[in-house]
Structures are given as C-alpha cells and as structure tokens.
Design a protein around this ligand. Structure first.
Ligand code: HEC
Ligand code: HEC
Length: 274
C-alpha cells in the first residue's frame, strides 16, 4: 500500500516539476507584462500570446498539434486543425469546459472550466493569430439590455426558424443522428457571449451562422429571447415538455397526412390520364 503510494509519488514528480516551471513562466510572463510599456489594450501583447502558446502546448497540442495544425493517427482525427477556427471558437470551447477534451469521446461535454478568463483570452489570441476566423466579440455585440418587446419577439421567431429543429422550441435540447445531441440552452449557465460565439463558430454538428444569414442585430434578439425564456417561471415554458411535443406531433400528423392524401390524388389522376 505505502509502497504503491510512494511509487505514484515518484512517478508524478516530473509532472509536478513541469507544472512548477510552467507556473514560474506564467508569473514571469505576468511580471514582464507589467514591466513592459502598455501599448494598446486592443491588440494582444506579445507576452500574452506567448503565455497563450505555453498553455496551448501544455493542454491542447497533444490532440491539435504544436501549431494547431491537427493530429491524425492511422486515419483517425485525434484533434482537428484549428488554425482558422478563430479566437471566438477557442473562447467558446474553453469557457464552456469542452476543451481541453478529456480523451476520445463522441462529443465534447459542457463542464466547469478550470482556466481563468485571462488564460482563455491568451490562448484564444494565440490561436486567433494563426489564421482567420471570428474574433472574441465585445459586449456591445451580445448584451441584449434595452431591447424592446418587439425585438425579443423577433428573436423568438428567428429562434424557431433557425435553432428549434435541433435545440427544441423551448431551448430544452434534443437528440440528433449518430448519437449526437444538441444541448439545452436554458438552465445550464450558457452565457450570452457563448451563444454569440456558438452561432458564429458552429461547434461540432452545429452549422455556422454567418452575419449574412443572421446579422449581429438578429443574434442579439435571439440572445434576448433566450434570456427571457431563462428568466421566465419554469411552469410557463416547459409544460412538462408536453406543449412542444404535441405541437410537433400534430404538425407531423397533419403534414404527413396531407402528403399521403396528395400522393394518392396524384396517383389517381395519373391512372385516369392513362
Ligand atoms: C483529447 C484531445 C483534445 C484535447 C486535449 C483538446 N482538444 Fe480541442 N478538439 C478535439 C476534438 C476531437 C475536436 C472536434 C470535436 C468537437 O468539436 O467536439 C476538438 C475541437 C476543438 C475546437 C473546435 C474547432 C471548430 O472548428 O470549431 C477548438 C477551438 C478546440 N478544439 C480548441 C482546443 C483547445 C484550445 C484545447 C486546449 C485548451 C483543446 N482543444 C484540447 C480534441 C481535443
Ligand atoms: C443542426 C443542429 C443545430 C442547429 C440548427 C443549431 N444548433 Fe446549436 N448546437 C448544436 C449542437 C450539436 C451543439 C453541441 C456542440 C458540441 O457539443 O460541441 C450545439 C451547441 C450550441 C450552444 C452551446 C451550448 C452549451 O451547452 O454550451 C449554443 C449556445 C447553441 N448551440 C445555440 C444555437 C442557436 C442560437 C441556434 C440557432 C441560431 C443553433 N444553436 C442552431 C446543434 C445545432
């Protein structure tokens, strides 16, 4: 027993040393960032980029490669090329705890993230600088404060047209093909910024919605709609899931019934014409 513990300790010590060196580097990076003359807060400082690269090398490169070029082993993609994924994709994936992924799995899970906002921004700026791709939005792009009831209602319409097929009418999420699922968008702590980033970067099985499909104003009204659903009393929206289901079932029966009737009608006409 104690033998096993000792062995585990010694096995871990190189790791711990690496962690200490890493921490020292981060502290040094931080100190030099303070010492360095402040240029502009908009463009990332070189020290921030190098901090981001260090975090990336340690936590991400085993699957995405040292230059984010992706890793493929025997035809299996361990991690895709993310050079053009954009800072917004990194911010989304890390802040929602999906990345770093724990290991090979069907779909990355939302989970508590272990990085500080500064660390996430550093990695996002590093990866963002490798190629093109959407940048991290500023709050004026996703903060829905002050939108009118009319704009929120429009957000609901846009949500039903563009999102509910996968995420369900009430944003409760749903199963997709191949064992994938669209996660719930309410009650799980999804932030307004994450909604914007998901829209623009299309994680996993979700499509990308470009600004020509959904403008920033459209995105903001969808965000406003989802926060209104989130802050509404539970009973008003879930109805135990019965509302949307019956609605869907009714649409299905009427729709399919109509199609069958139409097909029969065409068949009978075809037969008569012959
Ligand atoms: C165990 C392997 C693994 C590790 C470690 C890992 N990833 Fe990933 N990553 C994947 C896989 C597989 C996908 C594609 C599947 C998916 O998106 O769910 C992915 C997808 C991504 C995407 C989405 C790409 C896109 O087109 O939107 C980003 C961004 C990303 N990873 C960043 C990171 C960052 C940053 C880290 C480190 C903090 C990291 N990953 C660590 C395996 C990994
Ligand atoms: C084709 C199906 C599909 C459509 C359409 C779709 N999504 Fe998604 N969405 C997904 C999937 C799948 C994921 C999970 C991705 C993953 O696990 O990496 C997701 C994830 C998300 C997330 C992240 C939630 C979390 O738990 O972190 C948000 C936010 C989101 N979608 C919003 C939207 C919005 C808003 C729309 C409409 C404009 C939309 N989605 C349209 C399939 C879809």
């Amino acid at each position: 027993m104690s033998e096993r513990i000792r062995r585990r300790r010694t096995r871990r010590s190189p790791l711990r040393r690496a962690a200490l060196i890493g921490a020292a580097l981060v502290v040094m990076g931080g100190l030099s960032a303070i010492a360095a003359p402040t240029v502009s807060s908009a463009s990332p400082l070189p020290t921030e980029i190098s901090t981001g690269q260090q975090i990336f090398t340690k936590n991400c490169s085993s699957c995405h490669g040292l230059n984010a070029q992706g890793v493929t082993v025997n035809g299996t993609v361990i991690g895709p090329n993310i050079q053009n994924a954009g800072a917004a994709a990194v911010s989304f994936q890390m802040s929602s705890g999906r990345m770093p992924m724990a290991g090979p799995q069907q779909q990355a899970q939302r989970k508590p993230n272990t990085f500080s906002p500064e660390e996430i921004k550093a990695v996002a700026d590093y990866v963002g600088g490798l190629g093109k791709g959407p940048g991290i939005p500023n709050s004026s792009q996703y903060d829905p404060t002050g939108l009118t009831a009319e704009q929120i209602a429009k957000g609901g319409e846009l949500f039903r047209t563009n999102c509910s097929a996968c995420h369900n009418y009430a944003g409760k999420g749903g199963a997709l093909s191949n064992g994938n699922y669209a996660p719930p968008l309410t009650g799980t702590g999804v932030t307004n910024e994450q909604i914007w980033e998901a829209l623009r970067t299309g994680p996993q099985a979700m499509p990308v919605f470009s600004p020509s499909q959904l403008s920033d104003d459209d995105a903001k009204s969808i965000i406003a709609y989802l926060s209104s659903v989130n802050s509404a009393p539970e009973s008003g929206y879930s109805l135990g899931g019965i509302g949307p289901v019956t609605e869907g079932a009714a649409a299905w029966i009427v729709g399919i019934g109509g199609l069958v009737g139409f097909a029969l009608w065409i068949a009978s006409r075809g037969a008569r014409a012959r």
